[in-house]
Design a protein around this ligand. Structure first.
Ligand SMILES: [Mg+2]
Length: 309
């Protein structure tokens, strides 16, 4: 299957597709906004789709902004807090679904720690093992391992996610738990390599330490972020989805958004206003599971086609 470019689509075909949709999910960064800057035409496009009676959902791998912060950032799209779904919510729903009741060791945001704590879980972070920096000698490192095995003896899940203040002690503790405490699950939130920040800058994301912890423990994370089954389960339940062909997923990343949309059997639209550029598409063919149904330069292009509906 090769994608259809919006620019090659007739008005009749486009109308047929839009008419067939009940629910449209949007990624945030690179689709609706780049950090705090709205992407031109994105807000108008979302508002137009609302006017056409489409249900709207926001599905982002951002694990450190609250729903309130995100809805403020997305005011140009009229986004309400309850329309936002993130891997943090997928994690809470997953833990609830398996009646999880043990302690959680977390490498992640303060927001995720608070959400887990508010849900009733005892959350342990690296600073609970040792607040002061580890001395640069083997005795001190061995002491951290000993303390980990004592303080973390009731841990049942290690959760790895975006943590801007990550340090190697946090990874040392995670590896110690996973290698020496029995029956501990390994779960992950955001695991991307980088995230776009502006035209010139990117944020270093957790892939480097998630890869390391998997390698040192010979384990694989069960993911909670796009493209994961946990997030899929959350959305199907939250929106009561019975016919995925009436759902469109709009994203700028083929590996997270398009792969996720396809795994859910949604229709998929790739926009080239974020991670992927036209050159990337033209240069090589995408794997089948990452190939979108449709491609547009941005939501601004879609808005131009829809505005007179
Ligand atoms: Mg994105």
């Amino acid at each position: 299957m090769s994608p259809t470019w919006l620019s090659d689509m007739s008005d009749t075909d486009l109308k047929h597709i839009i008419d067939s949709l009940e629910l449209i999910f949007f990624d945030v960064d690179g689709v609706l906004a780049l950090t705090t800057v709205p992407i031109p035409g994105a807000g108008e496009c979302v508002l137009k789709l609302r006017e056409l009676n489409k249900n709207i959902g926001i599905v982002t791998n951002n694990t450190f902004s609250t729903q309130k912060e995100l809805s403020t950032r997305l005011a140009h799209c009229g986004v309400k807090e309850e329309e936002i779904s993130t891997p943090n919510y997928a994690l809470l729903a997953y833990l609830k679904s398996i009646n999880f009741s043990k302690d959680v060791y977390l490498i992640g945001s303060v927001l995720l720690r608070d959400m887990l704590t508010n849900a009733g879980y005892n959350v342990i972070v690296s600073e609970d093992i040792r607040k002061e920096p580890i001395g640069e000698n083997f005795t001190d490192i061995v002491q951290v391992i000993t303390d980990t095995l004592s303080i973390c003896k009731n841990v049942g899940a290690v959760v790895l996610c975006f943590a801007i203040n990550f340090n190697s002690q946090a990874a040392q503790v995670a590896a110690t738990i996973l290698n020496h405490i029995p029956d501990v699950m390994l779960l992950s939130g955001a695991t991307d390599d980088t995230a776009p920040l502006s035209a010139k800058h990117f944020v270093v994301f957790p892939k480097y330490y998630v890869d390391g912890i998997e390698r040192w423990t010979n384990r694989k994370c069960t993911p909670m972020a796009k493209p994961s089954d946990a997030l899929k389960d959350l959305l199907f339940s939250k929106y009561n989805i019975t016919d995925p062909s009436k759902v469109l997923f709009v994203g700028d990343s083929v590996t997270s958004d398009i792969a996720f949309g396809r795994s859910c059997q949604f229709k998929t639209l790739l926009v080239l206003s974020g991670t992927m550029k036209k050159d990337h598409i033209l240069k090589g063919s995408l794997p089948e599971e990452q190939t979108p149904d449709f491609i547009a330069s941005s939501l601004g292009e879609l808005y131009q086609r829809l505005k007179n509906y």
